[in-house]
Design a protein around this ligand. Structure first.
Ligand code: NAI
Ligand code: MG
Length: 394
C-alpha cells in the first residue's frame, strides 16, 4: 500500500519534543508514512512576519491530514518587539496560527476524548456511600463547535452607529439606551443551522461507531434561547435517526457541577464553542489534565490532530526533557482512527494503558511534582523514557 502523506507541524517549545516522541511510537506500531515537515510558529513570525506561512497552508491543502505539536503565542506588543528588525514597523500583526488554521480550513468540529487510564494517580476520586473512596471510570468525548459562537471574533467596543441602531430594534436593548457607545462592549454569539446540524450528526455517528449510549447537548437554552435553542432543536430533529442512542440535555452550569458528581453518566457531549471549551477542560481535569488531553480539529476536507497543551517554554530547554508525551501520542492515535488505522490506534492506547497501570514509569506531572530539572532525581521519568516504555509495551 502507498505510504500516507502526513503534514508534520511540530511547532515551538515542547511541541517539537513531544512531536518526535509521537513519531517514534507511530513507527514502532508499524504505521508507514511520509512526514512532510511544515513550518509553523514563533520562529516564522520573527523571521517572516507570519507564523503560518502560505507554504504550510499549501501542504495541508494537498495532503489533508496534519499532526501538530504546539505553538508559542505572545501578547501583541511583545510580538511586535520580537519581530526581526527589518520587518518592524511594516504593519505585520501577530495572530495565533492554530486559530488561523481552524478558520482557514473551516475545521468546525473539535473532538476531545477524556478517558480514564486505570492506575493513573491523577484520576478523579470521590467519596463513596460507605464513606470510602471510589474512582469512577470517565469515558466522555466532547464535541465542541470550533468556528462559531462567542469565539468567532464578531465583536466591538464602541460599536459603530449602524450596529447600535440595528441592536436597538430589539426591545431588550432599551435598558442600555443611556449608555454611551464608548462604554459598550459587545461580543456576538452566532450559531448557524448547518454548523449545528453538522456537529450533532458527527457526534451521533461517533456514538454509533464507538458504542456510546448517549449524546448530551450541553448548552443553556432556558436563557440563551436563540443559539442554544437552535442546537437543542436540531438535536431533536436528528436524534430519531439513532434510536439506539439516548439524547440528553444539560445546562453548562449544572454540567460543571455534575461532572464531578457523576462523570461516568456521560458519553458523547455536544456544545457550542465556548461551552465546549469549558466542559472539555473540566472533563480533562478528571483524567489527568494537560499530559493526557488531546483533540482533533475536523473539517470537510482537512483534519488536524493536536495535544491540548501549549509549548510550555519553561520546560522546552530542559535536558533531559521532563514533559509527558502521552497527550501528543494519543493525538497521533486519534489521527490513525481517522484515517482508517483504528487497529494500530487501539494498540497504542493499550500500550499506554499498560504503562500507566504498571506505574513504574511516570513523568513529573503524574507524580504531582512541581516541574523542574530536579524531578528526575526524585524518580520522575524523562519524556524519552516514557515513550520507550510505551514502545516496549507495544
Ligand atoms: P502550556 O500548556 O504550554 O503549559 C502550562 C503548564 O502545563 C506547563 O507549565 C506545565 O506545567 C504543564 N504542561 C503542559 N504540557 C505538559 C506536558 N506535556 N507534560 C507535563 N506538563 C505539561 O500553557 P501556557 O504556559 O499557558 O502557555 C505556553 C505557551 O503555549 C504560550 O505561548 C501559549 O500561547 C501557548 N499555547 C499554545 C497552545 C497550542 O499550541 N494549541 C495551547 C495553549 C497555549
Ligand atoms: Mg481551552
Amino acid at each position: 500500500m502507498a505510504k500516507r502523506n502526513i503534514v508534520a507541524m511540530p511547532g515551538d517549545g515542547i511541541g517539537k519534543i513531544v512531536f518526535n516522541e509521537a513519531i517514534r511510537v507511530l513507527d514502532a506500531v508499524g504505521f508507514e508514512a511520509n512526514y512532510i515537515h511544515a513550518d509553523i510558529g514563533w520562529e516564522f513570525w520573527v523571521k517572516e512576519g507570519n507564523p503560518l506561512p502560505e507554504r504550510t497552508i499549501k501542504l495541508l491543502e494537498e495532503h489533508k491530514i496534519g499532526l501538530f505539536g504546539a505553538i508559542t503565542s505572545k501578547p501583541k506588543d511583545t510580538a511586535a518587539r520580537e519581530l526581526s528588525p527589518e520587518l518592524q514597523g511594516k504593519g505585520y500583526v501577530y495572530y495565533s496560527p492554530i486559530v488561523a488554521l481552524r478558520q482557514h480550513f473551516d475545521l468546525d468540529i473539535c473532538i476531545r476524548p477524556c478517558r480514564t487510564f486505570k492506575g493513573n494517580p491523577l484520576n478523579f476520586i470521590r467519596r463513596s456511600k460507605d464513606g470510602g473512596i471510589e474512582e469512577p471510570v470517565v469515558d466522555a468525548v466532547i464535541f465542541r463547535q470550533n468556528t462559531e459562537g462567542l469565539y468567532s471574533g464578531v465583536e466591538w467596543t464602541n460599536p459603530p452607529d449602524e450596529v447600535r441602531r440595528a441592536l436597538e430594534t430589539h426591545p431588550k436593548m432599551a435598558r442600555y439606551k443611556d449608555v454611551p457607545s464608548e462604554d459598550l462592549a459587545i461580543s456576538t454569539r452566532i450559531f448557524t443551522r448547518p454548523a449545528c446540524r453538522r456537529i450533532i450528526r458527527e457526534a451521533f455517528e461517533y456514538a454509533r461507531k464507538y458504542g456510546y449510549r448517549s449524546v448530551t447537548i450541553c448548552e443553556k437554552p432556558n436563557v440563551i434561547r436563540e443559539t442554544s435553542g437552535m442546537m437543542r432543536n436540531e438535536a431533536k430533529n436528528i436524534a430519531p435517526d439513532y434510536p439506539e442512542i439516548a439524547l440528553k440535555f444539560t445546562n453548562i452550569d449544572a454540567q460543571m457541577m455534575w461532572l464531578t458528581k457523576n462523570p461516568e453518566d456521560y458519553g458523547v457531549i455536544v456544545s457550542g464553542n465556548m461551552f465546549g471549551d469549558i466542559v472539555s477542560d473540566g472533563f480533562a481535569g478528571l483524567v489527568g489534565g494537560l499530559g493526557f488531553a488531546y483533540s482533533a480539529n475536523i473539517g470537510k476536507e482537512v483534519a488536524i490532530f493536536e495535544p491540548t497543551h501549549g509549548s510550555a517554554p519553561k520546560y522546552a530547554e530542559l535536558e533531559p526533557s521532563i514533559v509527558n508525551p502521552i497527550a501528543m501520542i494519543l493525538s497521533a492515535a486519534m489521527m490513525l482512527d481517522y484515517i482508517g488505522e483504528g487497529e494500530k490506534a487501539e494498540k497504542i492506547r493499550k500500550a499506554i494503558a499498560r504503562v500507566v497501570e504498571a506505574g513504574e514509569v511516570r513523568t513529573y506531572d503524574m507524580m504531582r511534582l512541581p516541574g523542574g530539572p530536579d524531578v528526575i532525581e526524585k524518580g520522575a521519568a524523562t519524556t524519552q523514557e516514557m515513550t520507550d516504555a510505551i514502545i516496549k509495551a507495544l
